[in-house]
Design a protein around this ligand. Structure first.
Ligand code: GFB
Length: 313
């Protein structure tokens, strides 16, 4: 992949796609291809195939997906499995049929078994039952991984699969119910500060541990691996350390500058107790995450403040 390559970034308005696009633009890529949802519905097989036939992208970053936090995953379980299966199946098959040279697919750390040994290695895939709160989403992502492995073996199609840990950053979804924990807490602490609320409610018990990767670091890893990795094996992309949700809430509280209390609501699901990625393979390939969590949260909070007025929900 070089600066004149025709690169299609699918999902360029989402958290991950926008970060990859920013990264490629900063590197001076001249032939970036994007389509808004109104222009191209990625769940529509015929539309996707027509698009690939016309545009013939040489490289594809498949960053389009239906995603959400723990509650959205169970509320919209059918949408999560259907939309993701359709988007990735259409994208991968049309890329193969129309001569794409290489495709990057993004999974998630929730593809690993609920009780996988920690930190989770790439070989733990399909060694045990999944976390029920996001099983439909995880099954779709596992199907994408297996599809690319099969296309590589049967057709020689070059697809690589990255498994990012929980992501956050500019462009995130800050919806109060549907979002992931980090943007949800930024918004909740901010609104509590603005309206002088005495306490902020954090879902669950506060004991689950999560690993958080700043999305610009993921974009950096994606471009790095597009250039240097070409194998059917999945690659974990994480930072190698995690924090309990209680500690994350304290960090967000401090960045936002809220002075009230934190209370936990154990009637909300905790989800999987821990999902820390083993990043030995990634480090061996020569890449490491750079952005410390406190700095990433501060940058995300700044972005939130700048975009607050235009946010939905
Ligand atoms: O970010 P989150 O929804 O994703 O939740 P998962 C992480 C933890 O934060 C859970 C707690 O233990 C939540 O109970 N939490 C506390 C909150 N307060 C909140 C809040 O206000 N909002 C949210 N959302 N959580 C998702 C999967 O799981 O992770 C997806 O469902 C995907 O499939 C994604 O893999 C990365 O880490 O539990």
């Amino acid at each position: 992949m070089n600066r004149t390559s025709r690169v299609f970034v699918a999902g360029h308005r989402g958290l991950v796609g926008s970060a990859i696009l920013r990264r490629l633009e900063a590197e001076g890529y001249e032939n970036l291809i994007t389509r808004a949802r109104a222009e191209l519905d990625l769940t529509d097989q015929r539309a996707v195939d027509d698009f690939f036939l016309r545009e013939r992208p040489e490289y594809v970053c498949l960053a389009a997906a239906k995603v959400g936090g723990i509650l959205a995953n169970s509320t919209y379980a059918a949408d999560f499995i259907r939309d993701n299966l359709q988007i990735q199946t259409n994208g991968i098959d049309s890329a193969y049929r129309h001569g794409t040279r290489k495709l990057l697919f993004l999974g998630s750390s929730c593809i690993y078994p609920k009780h996988a040994p920690q930190p989770m290695k790439e070989e733990h895939l399909l060694t045990g039952p999944l976390e029920p709160t996001n099983e439909p989403y995880a099954v779709a992502k596992i199907a994408g991984i297996k599809m690319l492995q099969a296309y590589r073996r049967q057709y020689g199609f070059r697809g690589i699969s990255l498994m990012p840990t929980n992501l956050y950053g500019p462009g995130d979804n800050f919806h109060p119910q549907d979002s992931h924990v980090l943007p949800a807490l930024i918004r909740r602490f901010h609104e509590a500060k603005e309206t002088n609320q005495p306490e902020v409610v954090v879902w669950g018990t506060g004991t689950p541990r999560r690993e958080f990767l700043f999305v610009d670091d993921l974009a950096d890893a994606a471009v790095f691996l597009m250039g240097r990795y070409d194998d059917e094996g999945i690659v974990n992309v994480g930072v190698g350390e995690d924090v309990p949700i209680r500690e994350l809430a304290e960090l967000v509280r401090d960045v936002v500058g809220y002075r009230g209390e934190i209370v936990f609501d154990p009637s909300k699901p905790d989800g999987t107790p821990r999902k820390l990625l083993d990043v030995t393979r990634l480090h061996g390939l020569g890449w490491r995450a750079k952005t410390p969590l406190a700095e990433g949260i501060a940058r995300t909070y700044r972005w939130f403040l700048e975009h607050r007025d235009r946010m939905r929900g």
